[in-house]
Design a protein around this ligand. Structure first.
Ligand SMILES: CSC[C@@H](O)[C@@H](O)C(=O)COP(=O)(O)O
Length: 521
């Protein structure tokens, strides 16, 4: 490993240059800009273990590029000693146990090992580029959420550890969000927990905020609860090292205490982390391995003793915040509810729906992705809230709800109940008694028909046609046609989810259309 003082600060935290991984040594910041050039796997393992490279996404990327170093070291262009690379990969993945991103990055690089060293490197470089894109999307989403929670006034934010560009390829996660909010002119003050014992907050976060020209104050970790009790904090934003399937979140030690204090004072507590930080194999946070680091980090500071000689120390590097203390976890893909009671109002309705949607590829036919809404319906109060919103938005503009079988019945019935207006069911063929109008339409996977009783709608009624998902527009178009066949007027079409890019909205352009949530098809 070679060091050079006061080199230019790279815009991207990690890069591959002439067969070496190059980064800024985070141990030396902010006082020295020391460039670190790693040419061997041992360098990478040491850099990760000693926190020269640190932050969950950054160590995942360094791990992946470390596998590339190993692949070049154990290959001669034509052949490659896979066993040796895999042994190196194990050492890399074990350098720090808590952040799942490390094993994830190493594992992903290994998936290209059979193609040779160049392919492993290409995968690592792809991951670097992806991390920048992922973080950019994530911080926008998180900043939108924070703005929606505290609209209209400059915010006082609090953060812990360092979750900025240094901890990722670029942009950062929670700190990236703070910087994005500042860019939007929404930040009055940032309280930066110094983050004992290694001071990632005081050294690194303060440095990044200074670089970005964002106003901040460093505080000792134990001042955070006092700041909350004095009304100095509008929102707490932190990153994550591993998130269990239930949302329990491991992050730098001290995060749990912040979450307890935030809950005590009703302050939103938001985790910002890429989807790669979720570890769906773990049901809950108690299964996360917490790294214990040297007692010397606690009983000494910069080599100077701060406790009696021989004092024992407890030095867990991370703690686990139970999901019920978290309002929301924001990834590049969605906003997930944490579990805190107050979180029911967390996120816009569209964000809440998007966060609860589940994709099932090849259902009900190969090539079709089924968007399952079960979790939207299962979320207590959500459907009722959405229905109330629709009823209010169209108050006075409709006389009746027309709900389309089958999942359109759910929102449709709820809107009719909320508005106190009649409900008419548009059904699949053969279900309705009496005389019916019938309309055929094309599906993504075949053809179908819908029916309505000829006497179900009074001529001249203004109807709100409601369904769950808008894809190509066939179903809703048929429902509207049926309403018109009865002599009714279509006041508007309403769906829970619009899959954009399938032409549905354009095919229904003659009707007003409201989608409560839009997601790409
Ligand atoms: C985007 S970084 C997220 C986390 O990795 C960060 O909050 C953290 O806890 C880092 O711990 P560290 O020990 O400094 O690597």
């Amino acid at each position: 490993m070679s060091a050079q003082q006061h080199a230019a600060v790279p815009a991207v935290s990690l890069s591959w240059e002439d067969g070496a991984i190059v980064t800024l040594d985070q141990r030396a910041l902010p006082f020295e800009h020391r460039r670190l050039r790693m040419t061997e796997v041992d360098h990478v393992v040491d850099a990760i273990a000693t926190l020269a490279v640190r932050g969950a996404p950054a160590i995942g990327l360094a791990g992946a590029l470390g596998v590339a170093l190993s692949a070049y070291a154990h290959g001669d262009g034509d052949t490659l000693d896979e066993a040796k690379v895999r042994a190196d990969a194990e050492r890399l993945a074990a350098a720090r146990p808590t952040a799942v991103n490390l094993a994830w990055g190493v594992g992903r690089a290994l998936t290209r090992l059979h193609e040779g060293a160049d392919a492993v490197l290409a995968e690592g470089l792809d991951m670097l580029a992806e991390d920048v894109a992922v973080n950019t999307a994530m911080v926008r989403r998180a900043a939108d959420l924070v703005e929606s929670l505290a609209p209209g006034r400059p915010l006082r934010l609090l953060t812990h550890c360092n979750t900025g560009r240094l901890a990722t390829a670029a942009v950062g996660t929670a700190l990236g969000t703070i910087i994005e909010l500042a860019r939007r002119g929404r930040v009055a003050d940032v309280l930066v927990d110094e983050t004992r014992p290694l001071l990632q907050g005081a050294r690194l976060t303060a440095w990044e905020l200074g670089e970005a020209d964002v106003p901040y104050r460093v505080c000792v970790d134990s001042a955070a609860a006092a700041a909350m009790s004095q009304g100095l904090v509008d929102c707490v934003l932190v990153g994550a090292d591993r998130i269990a399937a239930n949302g329990d979140t491991a992050n730098k030690v001290g995060t749990y205490g912040l979450a307890v204090a935030a809950a005590r004072h009703g302050i939103p507590f938001i985790v910002v982390a890429p989807a790669s930080t979720w570890d769906a194999r773990l049901a809950h946070g108690s299964q996360i391995v917490i790294e214990e680091r040297s007692p010397l980090e606690v009983v000494e500071f910069a080599g100077v003793p701060t406790a009696p000689e021989g004092a024992a120390a407890f030095n867990p590097a991370f703690d686990v915040t139970p999901h019920e203390l978290i309002n929301a976890v924001v990834t590049e893909k969605a906003v997930f509810d944490g579990g805190r009671a107050a979180q029911r109002s967390c996120g816009t309705p569209a964000e809440r729906i998007a966060g609860l949607l589940e994709d099932f590829p090849d259902h009900p036919a190969p090539g079709v992705v089924f968007r399952d809404l079960s979790r939207v319906y299962a979320e207590p109060g959500l459907l009722a809230g959405l229905a109330a919103q629709v009823a209010a938005d169209f108050r006075g503009a409709f006389d009746r709800v027309l709900a389309v079988e089958s999942r359109g019945f759910l929102l449709g019935a709820a809107v009719a109940a909320s508005a106190g207006l009649p409900l008419t069911l548009v059904r699949k063929p053969g279900k309705l008694p009496g005389t019916v109008h019938c309309a055929a339409y094309a599906l993504e996977y075949g053809e179908d028909r819908l029916e309505i009783r000829t006497d179900a709608v009074a001529p001249g009624d203004r109807v709100l046609c409601i369904d769950d998902v808008l894809a190509t527009g066939g179903t809703l178009g048929a429902a509207a046609e049926l309403a018109e066949a009865c002599g009714a007027k279509v006041a508007a079409l309403v769906v829970l989810v619009e899959l954009t890019g399938l032409g549905g909205r354009a095919s229904l352009a003659r009707y007003p259309l409201t989608a409560l949530c839009e997601v790409p098809a």
